[in-house]
Structures are given as structure tokens and as C-alpha cells.
Design a binder for this molecule. Structure first.
Ligand SMILES: NC(=O)c1ccc[n+]([C@@H]2O[C@H](COP(=O)([O-])OP(=O)(O)OC[C@H]3O[C@@H](n4cnc5c(N)ncnc54)[C@H](OP(=O)(O)O)[C@@H]3O)[C@@H](O)[C@H]2O)c1
Length: 331
């Protein structure tokens, strides 16, 4: 797999490192809007080719895959261009803002015989599979709390009324799209689509949501997904059943560093059962490697079944994002 990258933020640094650690993947070209930046980025990562013309990179026949890590509002058009050029696409989260756009991208990919993936780390992690495998032990699951709150390095500028992409509605910024999308993926990946969705949020001076909570209602269960860019909290998930609770540290932020099962009954309340505690240990790989391995395996094995599952999950999450966005603009 020979990858060309779009964007030169920190996430691209991390993805390039993850790709380098994935046998069979190679970053072969860098695109930036400015040649100097493209050259500097390519040198930093020892990549020989660099472009300041996206169309030129997409014509490069040596590349078979494009990693899209531009501002959220550009994902759709850039991914579409790459698919139409016959490339596989790995698109950063949040995939795109609307179901119509998501369906369009999946349809083009199918037509061109290529794949498109949303780069959402959580659902590819070993500890996430461990959570899934222990759900039955919780009895009837009643409540889920999922919180990813991280004071943004760009919030100071925002408070001074300087709007960067991530706080710009025109670029599909805001807490829901940028950060709460992790919580939504975490819950939807385990429990599927809810019956109803409600979004309440704090909005800043330009109307963007700087923090907020989504309430997902299932027939016998409620899930609260909280995301904030204007304040911080330990990132955690609690899945509460009448027989036990699963606690996941660092879960909502896409890492899932530690999983515990806490029995509900008697004097065991609050004590962890270490037999099912799973740390990210020295034996585990950096968290972004797992998604790379999955994408590569799906492409190499033409694994339609796993691909369809990922597409469905992305579509479900996009539909919730779209619904929440509608509610947040009409309140
Ligand atoms: N998976 C994760 O853990 C994770 C973490 C952080 C971010 N992300 C996602 O990665 C994506 C990029 O995030 P970011 O924080 O790096 O975003 P960003 O800084 O706003 O922009 C990313 C890159 O896009 C280019 N760009 C910036 N403004 C642009 C504009 N107006 N028009 C065209 N290109 C522009 C810049 O690259 P050049 O100047 O080189 O062209 C910039 O480095 C987002 O979708 C975000 O949600 C994912």
C-alpha cells in the first residue's frame, strides 16, 4: 500500500509513524498547500516525493491510497477527488457532516472498485474488543456515560475571537464533530443506532458548540456522550448494568488504555476484578497502528464483510451527527 497524505497537522505526524510500523504500508508522498511546507514535512518523515498541487499527487500512479487529514469541512470534496482518481481513501474523523455525502462517497468507492475508511481509532483497538466480550457479564445494561473533554490548545485564541478551523462552523468544527464523535463511535460500535437522539450544547460567540452532551435513547438503556473543547475531564467510559459495571480509562479519546469490570453487588462495589483488567502494556502497539492493520487487511483480502460493517458504523454515526447538528442550530 503506497500512501499519499493530505494535511500537515500533528495527526499526520502520528499517522505516518503508525503507517511506518504497519508492514505492507508505506507513505510515499506528501501534499501541502505550500511547497516549502510539503518539502519540510517530507524531509522530516524521510518521504521522497512532495506536492503542492493536489491534482498532481492524485495523478501519481505509484500511489494507491490517500490519507485525508484536512479540516473536517474539506473531507468530502478531497475524498471524492481521490476516489474518482481511483485511490483508496483513509479519511480522518469525523468522516463527513451529512448522510448524503457519506453515501455518495461509499457509492463512488464501489463504482471505482476501491475502499474508503473513516480513521476512528477506538473501534479497532484490542481493549475495545475486550469491552465487547465482557458486556454479557453486566446483566441488563441501563446506563452508559462516555466523556471526552479536552481543553483545546486553540480555545485561548477562540476566547479572543480568533476563529481557527476547529471552532469554525464553515469547516464543520465544534465539540460534537471534533471530539464527541469518539464517544458516539464507542457507543454505536457496541450497541448500534439508538431510537432517538437529543443534543444540548454550550455555544460560543460564533454559534459553534464548544461543549455538549448527546443523549442516545435505546429501548431499555440510555447513553450519555459528552464532548468538550472548552474544559477538561478525565476521559472515561462507564457501562452500567445490574450485575456489574465496565470502566474504561482513556476510552473516549480513542486510546482505551485500561479496562476494568466492577461487580455491582455486596462489598465488591467499587473494587476491581483484576482478572479482567487490561492495560495498554509494553506488548501493545501505538493505538493508531491497529486501524492501519485493519484497513490494509480489508484491502488485501477484499474483505467485504468487515468493510460493510465499518461503512455501516460510519453511516450510523454520521446520521447522528447530522441530526445533532440540526438540533443545535434550531434551539
Ligand atoms: N484521529 C485523531 O486522533 C485526530 C486527532 C486530531 C485531528 N484529527 C482530525 O484530523 C483532521 C485535521 O486536524 P487538524 O487539527 O490538523 O486540522 P487543521 O490544523 O485545521 O488543518 C489540517 C491541515 O489542513 C490544511 N489546511 C488548514 N486550513 C486549510 C484551509 N483553509 N484550506 C485547505 N487546507 C487547509 C493544513 O495543511 P497544509 O497547510 O499543509 O496544506 C493543515 O495542516 C481533522 O479532520 C481532525 O478531526 C484526528
Amino acid at each position: 500500500m503506497k500512501v499519499g497524505t493530505i494535511g500537515s497537522g500533528v495527526i499526520v505526524d502520528r499517522m505516518i509513524e503508525a503507517m511506518k510500523m504497519t508492514p505492507g504500508m508505506e507513505v510515499s508522498a506528501i501534499y501541502s498547500r505550500t511547497l516549502a511546507r510539503a518539502q519540510e514535512f517530507a524531509r522530516k518523515h524521510q518521504v521522497s516525493k512532495y506536492y503542492d498541487d493536489l491534482d498532481a499527487m492524485l495523478k501519481d500512479e505509484k500511489l494507491d491510497t490517500i490519507y485525508v487529514a484536512s479540516p473536517n469541512g474539506l473531507h468530502y470534496l478531497q475524498s471524492k477527488k481521490a476516489l474518482l482518481a481511483g485511490k483508496h481513501v483513509i479519511c480522518e474523523k469525523p468522516f463527513v457532516p451529512t448522510v448524503e455525502e457519506a453515501k455518495d462517497l461509499f457509492a463512488i468507492a464501489k463504482q471505482k472498485g476501491v475502499y474508503i475508511f473513516e480513521a476512528i481509532t477506538t473501534i479497532h483497538l484490542p481493549n475495545y474488543q475486550i469491552v465487547r466480550s465482557h458486556l454479557k457479564e453486566l446483566g441488563d445494561i441501563k446506563l452508559i456515560q462516555c466523556n471526552f473533554s479536552q481543553y483545546s490548545s486553540r480555545y485561548e485564541k477562540y476566547k479572543a475571537h480568533e476563529v481557527t478551523n476547529v471552532f469554525d462552523p464553515a469547516f464543520a468544527g465544534g465539540a460534537l464533530m471534533d471530539i464527541n464523535v469518539y464517544c458516539l463511535h464507542f457507543v454505536i460500535g457496541l450497541f448500534g443506532k439508538p431510537d432517538t437522539v437529543q443534543y444540548v450544547c454550550n455555544r460560543g460567540f460564533n454559534g459553534v458548540d464548544t461543549s455538549g452532551t448527546v443523549l442516545l435513547s435505546y429501548p431499555d438503556m440510555l447513553a450519555l456522550c459528552t464532548g468538550a473543547k472548552d474544559s477538561s475531564s478525565p476521559n472515561h467510559v462507564y457501562i452500567q448494568g445490574d450485575q456489574g459495571t465496565i470502566r474504561v480509562y482513556g476510552s473516549s479519546c480513542g486510546v482505551c488504555s485500561h479496562v476494568e469490570i466492577l461487580p455491582t453487588k455486596g462489598d465488591m462495589i467499587g473494587k476491581k476484578d483484576t482478572s479482567v483488567a487490561h492495560d495498554i502494556g509494553l506488548d501493545q502497539k501505538p493505538h493508531m497502528v491497529y486501524e492501519c492493520e485493519d484497513f490494509l487487511s480489508i484491502i488485501q483480502n477484499r474483505d467485504c464483510s468487515s468493510y460493510e460493517k465499518l461503512c455501516k458504523q460510519t453511516l450510523d454515526v454520521v446520521s447522528i451527527l447530522e441530526e445533532c447538528q440540526k438540533q443545535s442550530t434550531t434551539v
